[in-house]
Design a protein around this ligand. Structure first.
Ligand SMILES: NC(=O)c1ccc[n+]([C@@H]2O[C@H](COP(=O)([O-])OP(=O)(O)OC[C@H]3O[C@@H](n4cnc5c(N)ncnc54)[C@H](OP(=O)(O)O)[C@@H]3O)[C@@H](O)[C@H]2O)c1
Length: 242
């Protein structure tokens, strides 16, 4: 697939990694739909992409909202055509500072799962059917090292990311012809990182634009198997080796 022939839907695209991915892909000619809850911020992000010559459309929805899933999918297909690349990037940490599991309310765990797991599941169910029919498409889950490492205090978020990784693997086993991939972007200088670890030195963190370039490059590669779990650092090594 080349980016100039790509219809893309990215959740959580008003700032941070999602916005950087939208800019990167639109800059290469993709038609991009950006989703986030805050209307002003997501519309501003799409406007700025259009001002730089890209095609971008904003949709203000909450991915955890059951009623929103068909509206997002329907509006996106109407705006840019059948989706070729669906990026599940929107995510929540849950309450911050993040409590240990014993101090996590069941309702807070459920809310994290709604945003990070059930919302992406719903949207995938709606969109992957068309990809299957066309035998074309990638569903990319933005993961985290917390999906594989057990960090004290990261319980709800970690569990949601581990489950989303496995969701991608099972979808991959069930839907040949559609590619499911999860990618750990590594630590980036974003609002989410500042909320989780306010004392981190931003100079030690990756810039979302650099990570977005690496993630966008994998969409163009046809040697990545469906069900794979990748890391941005491995993608960077591959880029240097290529
Ligand atoms: N930053 C890191 O170091 C790091 C490390 C590992 C993994 N990640 C992963 O990378 C991804 C991007 O994170 P980030 O750091 O770029 O976060 P961020 O800067 O906080 O941006 C999050 C984006 O998601 C949107 N969003 C949040 N909840 C949403 C919901 N329920 N429905 C729709 N949109 C929603 C936000 O806009 P609204 O608030 O307006 O909705 C915003 O556009 C996440 O999946 C995160 O888990 C990040």
């Amino acid at each position: 697939m080349t980016d100039d022939n790509l219809s893309v839907l990215i959740t959580g695209a008003s700032r941070g990694l999602g916005r950087a991915l939208a800019e990167e892909l639109a800059g290469k000619g993709a038609r991009v739909v950006l989703v986030a809850r805050g209307r002003d911020e997501v519309e501003r992000a799409a406007h700025e992409i259009r001002a730089s010559g890209g095609e971008a459309h904003a949709l203000a929805y909450d991915v955890a909202d059951k009623e929103a899933a068909h509206k997002i999918a329907g509006a996106a297909a109407a705006l840019v055509g059948p989706i070729d690349l669906l990026v599940h990037n929107a995510s929540t940490l849950g309450p911050v500072p993040m409590p240990t599991l014993l101090d996590t309310a069941c309702e807070d765990l459920a809310a994290v799962l709604e945003t990070n797991l059930v919302g992406p599941f719903r949207l995938t169910k709606i969109i992957a059917g068309s990809m299957l029919l066309r035998q074309r498409g990638t569903v990319l889950f933005v993961s985290s090292d917390a999906a594989v490492e057990a960090y004290a205090g990261w319980g709800a978020y970690s569990v949601s990311k581990a489950a989303a990784d496995h969701l991608a693997r099972v979808f991959a086993a069930e839907l040949p012809g559609v590619r499911f991939v999860s990618v750990d972007p590594g630590e980036m200088d974003t609002q989410m990182h500042a909320a989780a670890l306010p004392n981190a030195d931003p100079a030690t963190l990756a810039r979302p634009a650099d990570v977005a370039r690496l993630i966008a490059s994998l969409v163009r590669r046809d040697n990545i198997e469906s069900g794979a779990r990748l890391t941005a650092s491995a993608l960077a090594r591959h880029g240097r080796a290529a």
